[in-house]
Design a protein around this ligand. Structure first.
Ligand code: UT7
Length: 316
């Protein structure tokens, strides 16, 4: 048996619904303003609609087509989501079927950190030799879990999906170098999506408290992953971090003393898409050339749980 010693992220694909929900739309729906939303969050508009399975499938298909990996070589589909269409069957099962794959498939939920958790999970499986190739999807339809009576949270969220294909690789020049993950489960009051009387009632959030904790946890985890990789932040071409709020991205960059421009931002046009946001940022950076094959990147997911996971990898 050949045992791989590592894993490689070979391609990325994304999917966004067509419909746009702009700040001007929110001005018509509630007591808010484009100026308030833009200055507090960096968000101008979000894409809304579709189904979780449909968005996940489209992103997975795009990543698979770009990967050059044959569909019958895919051994696993992992979908990170906190907004599945149904609890059972899993979203991953729907993706597996829609793409005509015959492999295993399961969902994982670590809220906004889900995609980053899934990358670490699949890396470990590839590294062990348990599987040879996998599709990892981050997808959320946050607008299906948003309380539009609450202007403090409603303006944040959008829908979308992003996926990467990962393969076992013992090359040593490319792939996952190091990772860090953690959870602080002591704060269910700060961010939750509770089920009350059998119904999901919408995201409940103490934005200010969450902001402070997330900046600290995200920065500490990024520092830990970079240290484990034996590199410095100067060596990174880009940081693909969860797009929770532009002010959080800027605050994490400042805390790490990293130029803010190194943190790729797509939040103006997508809003906070939870588990989809890291691969959405990754694809934007790959398409505009900020991330090229051989470049060192940091993937950083953080959110509900509270949970966070960071991966340092050589892209491509
Ligand atoms: O993906 C992970 C989950 N989410 C996050 O990580 C989000 C983290 N937190 C945040 O992004 C920010 O806390 C928010 C954007 C949610 C809120 O920004 P903030 O600067 O913390 O505002 P705030 O909640 O302290 O509210 C400030 C004021 C309040 O008015 P008063 O009490 O000062 O008179 C709010 O009532 O702004 C008011 N406000 C609004 N005004 C206009 C709250 N929401 C709105 C709104 N439009 N949409």
């Amino acid at each position: 048996m050949t045992v791989s010693i590592g894993s490689r992220l070979v391609s990325v694909g994304t999917a966004l619904p067509d419909d746009v929900l702009s700040n001007a739309d929110f001005e018509r729906m509630m007591d808010t303003s484009d100026e308030w939303i833009l200055s507090r969050t960096g968000i101008k508009e979000r894409r809304v609609g579709g189904t979780t399975t449909g968005l996940a499938t489209d992103a997975a298909r795009a990543a698979l087509e770009r990967s050059g990996v044959a569909p019958d070589a895919i051994d696993l589909v992992v979908v990170a989501t906190q907004t599945p269409d149904d609890l059972c069957p899993s979203t991953a099962a729907g993706v597996q079927h829609a793409l005509g794959l015959t492999c295993g498939a399961f969902d994982l939920n670590a809220a906004c950190a889900g995609f980053s958790y899934a990358v670490v999970t699949v890396h470990a499986m590839l590294r062990s030799g348990a599987i040879g190739a996998a599709i990892v999807v981050g997808v959320d339809r946050m607008t299906a879990a948003t309380n539009y009576e609450d202007r403090g949270t409603a303006i944040l969220f959008g829908d979308g999906a992003g996926a990467v294909v990962m393969v076992a690789d013992d090359d040593g020049d490319r792939g996952v170098v190091a990772w860090d993950m953690g959870t602080d489960g002591a704060h269910p009051d700060i961010l939750s999506s509770p089920i009350k009387d059998g119904r999901i009632t919408g995201v409940e959030m103490d934005g200010k408290a969450l902001f402070k904790l997330m900046v600290r946890y995200a920065a500490d985890s990024a520092r830990a992953a970079v240290a484990k990789a034996g590199v410095g932040f100067d060596d990174l071409s880009a940081v693909l971090a969860h797009q929770a709020n532009q002010r959080i991205l800027d605050a994490v960059a400042d805390r790490l003393d990293v130029p803010r421009e190194k943190f790729v931002s797509v939040i103006a046009s997508t809003g906070n898409t939870s588990a989809a946001s890291v691969p959405l940022a990754l694809e934007a950076a790959v398409l505009d050339g900020r991330v090229a094959p051989g470049d060192l990147v940091l993937l950083a997911g953080f959110g509900g749980g509270l949970s966070w996971a960071c991966t340092v990898a050589v892209w491509g």
